[in-house]
Ligand binder design. Structure first.
Ligand code: UGA
Length: 469
């Protein structure tokens, strides 16, 4: 493995002979659309491909089909500059691209913990027969280690062998809510390669990223490595982040039993630079389209490789995470003075307000959302559950139709016997506890994200409960 900085990147002429490689992003979901738009912003000629016609039509009309700060503006700007377009035609993409980034989803399989690779298979086998010149197929999706080798076999089978189409792997590390920054100003890029040509093409495709860094007097570290290490980098990073969150949530359980305060504990240990204070926010745990499914797929792959034991701790990480969601229901019963038997409490006749539905703020994503999972569990207690989320209501309503959705914070809390803050949106963090106390039936707050000031809320008359404090 070599660590190379962009001072002297290798030169290459793209197969299309264009001055910069022409970039195609196959799959315009969250990942592919964000990359396509941001790379157009960096000055590349870009096409985004998807089989989903309504999605492509929306993007082509300048509308981002999900909530991501800053992206709408960049989409419209780059469509107008004619550097960016969208298509549903494999022929079109194949004809256009020098580099094809595979950005399709790899969800958890319905029949187990492993990742479903059928979208990757479909993308590669449908695209490659249309290639008429050399190209580089670059995997970006999060995949089990060994997938890049398999993609190479698929390419060998479906592309014209005379063209010498190559494969590389370059995982992404986007955080929802910060994705534009993460693409334009990545903290590192990873190239899993098998040839100097592939390395040179990837450098060339990231020249815009390096140039931007240079103008801002930053460096972007580049890790050039083999396929397996590149694939593992992504899942290892997500496994580490998930472990960090579950570690602090395990400490929250111990704090709850012993009278400690996990937020203080996190601060105190976080001052040690070896530990660091980020990703140590205890609460209702992690969710989203990545961390939960990635730690499961990683375990499944480790089993297949005969090293299942090495990742057995991730099973615990998952369990700790699930327990946090249940904890809110037990706390609710305690605060509302209702007994909690093995089947859960009966909270019928009570109104509970859930603030937040998305898996984190600044996103409309409710995939495996801890907030929505708590909403489901609360609804099962018989309580009348009212949900308010600044951006996620539409998606939440589809996933959980059997609760009420309010359109303002004030409406949501009116008449509540208990308020549960489940996603730390700024609107909730900055809410005025005195004003809200006027609206509720009874001022009880479970702060599922430990994002409120307990002293402030208590002095405004609220019975306040944080997680692990
Ligand atoms: C995560 C990783 O952070 C990205 O680096 C990665 O690229 C991405 O997955 C991916 O695989 O594509 P993301 O899913 O956007 O990004 O969300 P995170 O910011 O990691 O948050 C995940 C969950 O953990 C959220 O539910 C959040 O509320 C929770 N969390 C985070 C905590 O409970 N405590 C913390 O201290 C931090």
């Amino acid at each position: 493995m070599t660590l190379v900085y962009p001072s002297n990147p290798p030169a290459v002429v793209p197969p299309s002979k264009a001055p910069r490689p022409r970039l195609a992003f196959v799959g315009t979901g969250y990942l592919g659309a964000t990359y396509a738009i941001c790379f157009a912003e960096l000055g590349y000629e870009v096409v985004g491909f998807d089989v989903d016609e309504p999605k492509v039509a929306k993007l082509a009309a300048g509308q981002v089909p999900f909530h991501e700060p800053g992206l709408d503006e960049l989409l419209r700007k780059n469509l107008a500059a004619e550097r960016l377009r969208f298509t549903t035609s494999y022929e079109d993409v194949a004809d256009f691209g020098d580099i094809h980034f595979i950005c399709v989803g790899t969800p958890q399989r319905a029949d187990g913990m492993a990742a479903d690779l059928s979208y990757i298979e479909r993308a590669v086998t449908n695209l490659t027969p249309h290639l008429r010149r050399k190209a580089l197929i670059v995997g970006k999706s999060t995949v089990p280690v060994g997938t890049a080798e398999w993609v190479q076999q698929l390419v060998a089978k479906h592309a014209d062998p005379a063209l010498g189409v190559e494969v590389a792997w370059s995982p992404e590390f986007l955080q929802e809510g910060y994705a534009v920054e993460d693409v334009l100003r990545p903290n590192r890029v990873v190239f899993g390669i098998k040839s100097d040509w592939a390395t040179a093409m990837l450098y060339s495709a990231h020249k815009g990223v390096f140039e931007l860094a240079t103008t801002e007097d930053r460096e972007v570290p580049v890790v050039v490595t083999d396929f397996a290490t590149a694939e593992l980098t992504k899942v290892a990073a997500n496994a580490f982040l998930a472990t960090k969150i579950s570690f602090i949530n395990a400490m929250a359980e111990v704090c709850e039993a012993s009278g400690g305060d996990v937020t203080m504990l996190a601060r105190a240990i976080g001052y040690d630079a070896r530990i660091g204070n980020r990703f140590l926010r205890a609460g209702i745990g992690f969710g989203g389209g990545c961390l939960p499914k990635d730690i499961r797929a990683f375990q499944a792959r480790a089993q297949e490789l005969g090293v299942g034991e090495a990742l057995r701790f991730l099973y615990e990480v998952d369990l700790i995470n699930q327990r946090r969601r249940q904890r809110v229901v037990r706390l609710a019963a305690k605060l509302l003075d209702r007994p909690c038997g093995p089947a859960g409490p009966d909270l019928s006749g009570l109104r509970i307000t859930a603030l937040g539905a998305t898996f984190k703020p600044n996103s409309d994503d409710v995939r495996d959302s801890p907030a929505l999972s708590v909403v489901r569990k609360l609804a099962r207690t018989g309580a009348d559950v009212v949900v308010f989320d600044p951006e996620g209501t539409e998606n939440a309503r589809q996933a959980v139709p059997n609760v009420l959705y309010a359109s303002t914070l004030g409406d949501a809390v009116t008449g509540a016997d208990l308020v549960c803050l489940l996603t730390e949106w700024e609107e909730f963090r900055n809410a005025d506890p005195r004003a809200l106390a006027e609206l509720v039936r009874s001022p009880r707050m479970i702060d599922g994200r430990n994002c409120l000031d307990p002293a402030l809320w208590t002095s405004a008359g609220w019975t306040y409960f944080g997680m692990g404090r």
